[in-house]
Design a protein around this ligand. Structure first.
Ligand code: SAM
Length: 340
């Protein structure tokens, strides 16, 4: 990647900040609002979820334009997400072009890994060097019940990612009461053995109509469980990987485990993110629907300056803190339609 524009920007350009003085350097781009899994915390029941018609989804060249402009303002890191990004045709060519954008320092991808086996090497070669994989349990029946998918596909995807050379490979597991809490030790041991970086995430009320409270399990309760304390040393905090996660070492020295607490320990003060939804809305905060439509401008005669102005305005209006509350009030879009 060409770093010259980045060096130039660092020395001469003003920092890209929101209205609260936070430096914005990270853009999450959802490339599709469809997924090949049916995780019940992410998408409404089949029949109630309607993927957008193709013409409402941004074309790759439109996404590239937004990415290029965002990078010119100060974004250095991009994560490709969805829906499930690997279900979108033409993804590899798009990633190749994105990774060649001058000034982009870090290009990563989130996937459920069901399709990763054939995609791992092409993705790596196209410029993605780190990858996040969602995996809430290793128990095949529970996995099938939670997602509608087959765990063997995911394990084959993880294997392929290791062969391709992604470093690190992060495993993200959402904690759900009565679903996967008692299976967490298996996941910890598996990730330690395979040298995968595991992170546990609190369930968020990100799906319309879900009885979220019934499933929510706070990280604090998880950390107090004897079988977890037996494995993880919570007395020592290892250096933070990013603003969102706290990491603690495994007692046997084989690695570390991260904890992300969007509900019980907000990390808004250090938030450096913007999100671009698959339908072209720029979303300054995951928890709030105050989005700005870029698609309309991308499809009329708007100049780059017009679009830069929209990105700046949206960023300036990024709210100070998350509005997550213990209900669904005020939000319309499920996670699948936003991009995790
Ligand atoms: N399909 C890709 C994947 O599985 O990683 C990318 C999109 S998915 C929406 C991104 C992440 O959001 C996944 O790790 C998923 O577990 C997480 N997620 C979805 N709904 C969530 C919720 N209600 N609470 C917490 N995390 C959630």
């Amino acid at each position: 990647m060409n770093v010259f524009p980045l060096l130039f920007r660092q020395q001469f350009a003003p920092a890209f900040q929101d209205g609260h003085g936070r430096e914005i350097g990270y853009l999450r781009i959802s490339v599709v609002d469809r997924c090949n899994l049916r995780c019940h915390y992410c998408r409404p029941e089949t029949g109630q979820f309607h993927a957008l018609p193709r013409e409402k989804i941004l074309r790759f060249e439109e996404i590239e334009r937004v990415a290029r402009l965002a990078i010119s303002l100060g974004v250095e890191k991009i994560r490709i997400t969805g829906g499930e990004p690997l279900v979108r045709k033409g993804l590899i060519g798009f990633i190749e072009r994105l990774s060649a954008l001058p000034g982009l320092r870090d290009l990563t991808l989130s996937t459920n890994a069901v399709l990763l086996k054939p995609y791992a090497q092409p993705l790596y070669d196209a410029g993605v060097k780190r990858i996040n994989i969602s995996l809430d349990t290793l128990d095949a029946p529970t996995f099938a019940q939670l997602t509608g998918g087959r765990i063997s596909d995911v394990l084959a995807g993880i294997d392929a990612a290791q062969t391709a050379g992604f470093t690190p490979i992060r495993i993200n597991a959402v904690l759900m009461k009565d679903n996967n809490i008692t299976q967490a030790t298996e996941l910890i041991d598996f990730c330690a053995r395979q040298q995968l970086e595991l992170r546990f995430i609190e369930l968020m009320p990100m799906r319309e109509g879900m009885d979220w409270q019934q499933h929510y399990y706070p990280i604090s309760a998880f950390m107090a469980r004897p079988e977890i304390i037996e494995r993880i040393n919570f007395d020592i905090i290892t250096p933070q990987g990013n603003a969102a996660a706290r990491y603690f070492p495994l007692r046997d020295g084989t690695g570390r485990v991260g904890f992300i607490e969007p509900m019980s320990r907000h990390f808004c003060a250090a938030c450096n993110r913007l999100r671009l939804t698959a339908d072209g809305k720029l979303r300054p905060c995951l928890s709030a629907d105050n989005e700005v439509d870029l698609r309309a401008s991308l499809r009329n005669a708007s100049t780059d300056d017009d679009i830069l102005q929209l990105i700046r305005q949206t960023t300036a209006g990024k709210q100070a803190t998350s509005t997550y509350v213990f209900d669904q009030s005020g939000r319309q879009r499920s996670m699948i339609a936003i991009g995790g």
